[in-house]
Design a protein around this ligand. Structure first.
Ligand SMILES: [Zn+2]
Length: 381
């Protein structure tokens, strides 16, 4: 699969199409911010070279960003040219803060404030105490108020990660863990705070964090194994949402029609019934020998490989990452998944495929929604 078009290619494509000047300005602003973030201490001349834009155009964009306080300049750039010394540019982290909250199937509500550079400013964790429905929404509101009250910079936006099927309008279509149905979460939080809000499924947030951290390239299929099993597909740096946010309900693909394992969706033989953490741990605990335990993990890995093979082939993916408890997933299970894929995939697909544990940690959902907020509000890629 081809990689994401370079920012330079994207910029020339826009100017070639003859878009409106204000659109071009917004695009140039996002492009400059992305480059300054990726290459701190760039000079205006560096940016002109990297983008192919004129020095005048770059100076105009940079002047506005400095005016807004988002970009700062300091010292002398390493490269000295004739005339005035080149000034090194950087993102002013404290110019704005981003507030993030994650409410997942785990019995906690996590919150964090990041600066524009993604540096953690503060973090809070509160027990959810089994709260669902209206009470879960109240727990989320309380966490947000607590974080907003301590914010020391203007807030760029709020990012929320929640478990469930969430569409691109920020409507939680259905969340079985939180017992939310058709909840207009983005509108609710925007009305309460007056700030721009992004709402994302937790697994999607983990995948975005994986790509944003540089741990994965722009094409990634990430499977999250927890109390349920979900997935996210990222192609050319963009999340595939599917109709009404339905993409990623990977756990309810039936991998073994003859299975007697009952899934929480009411059917038998779903991937989730074989792979989700609580069931897997219970079957391991019930296994009477090391061989029996190994078989449990092999069966789960085989089921995962079976479900993955057509997805990997259809999308031409080279990168699959598995996120979840390493003591369960890494080792026997991952190896069984890999060997099933090798047995089922066309040679050329299998050879180019990397299957590995994700680098995500407990803060991945929060870092993922942070990346989504700065991408949406500032266009930073
Ligand atoms: Zn199911």
């Amino acid at each position: 699969m081809s990689s994401q078009p370079s920012p330079i290619a994207a910029a020339s494509a826009v100017s070639a199409r003859g878009v409106r000047p204000q659109d071009a300005r917004l695009h140039h602003r996002a492009l400059v911010l992305s480059l300054v973030r990726r290459h701190p201490d760039s000079s205006r001349a560096d940016l002109a070279r990297l983008t192919g834009l004129s020095r005048v155009a770059i100076s105009e964009v940079v002047a506005k960003l400095i005016d807004d306080g988002i970009v700062g300049e300091h010292g002398q750039n390493r490269k000295r040219g004739p005339g005035a010394p080149a000034r090194a540019l950087h993102i002013q982290g404290d110019a704005r803060h981003v507030v993030t909250v994650a409410i997942s199937s785990a019995d906690t509500v996590e919150g964090a404030v990041f600066d524009l550079n993604g540096t953690l400013v503060s973090a809070v964790s509160e027990p959810r105490n089994g709260a669902v429905g209206k009470d879960a929404l109240l727990a989320l509101d309380r966490m947000l108020q607590q974080l907003l009250a301590t914010a020391e910079a203007p807030i760029l936006g709020i990012g929320i990660s929640a478990s469930g099927i969430i569409d691109t309008q920020g409507i939680v279509r259905s969340s079985s863990h939180l017992e939310w149905e058709s909840l207009r979460l983005r509108e609710h939080i925007e009305a309460r705070t007056g700030l721009p809000v992004s709402v994302t499924n937790g697994v999607t947030a983990i995948g975005v964090a994986e790509v944003a951290s540089g741990a994965a390239p722009d094409d990634l299929f990430l499977i999250r194994v927890g109390n349920g099993v979900g997935a996210v597909t990222i192609v050319n740096g963009a999340v595939v949402h599917g109709t009404n946010g339905i993409a990623g309900e990977f756990g309810h693909v039936i991998v073994d029609p003859s299975s007697d394992q009952l899934c929480q969706c009411g059917r038998r033989g779903c991937l989730e019934a074989v792979l989700a953490v609580p069931g897997l741990r219970a079957r391991l605990a019930a296994a009477s020998s090391a061989d029996a335990r190994s078989q449990v993990l092999q069966d789960a890995g085989h089921a995962l490989g079976t479900a993955l093979a057509p997805v990997v082939t259809a999308l031409g993916l080279a990168n699959v990452a598995i996120s979840g408890p390493a003591d369960l997933l890494d080792g026997t299970l991952l190896a069984a998944c890999r060997s099933t894929l090798d047995a089922r995939l066309f040679n050329v697909v299998a050879q180019g495929l990397q299957v590995r544990m994700a680098e995500s940690d407990e803060s991945a959902r929060l870092r993922g929604v942070f990346a989504i907020v700065i991408s949406k509000e500032l266009g930073i890629a």
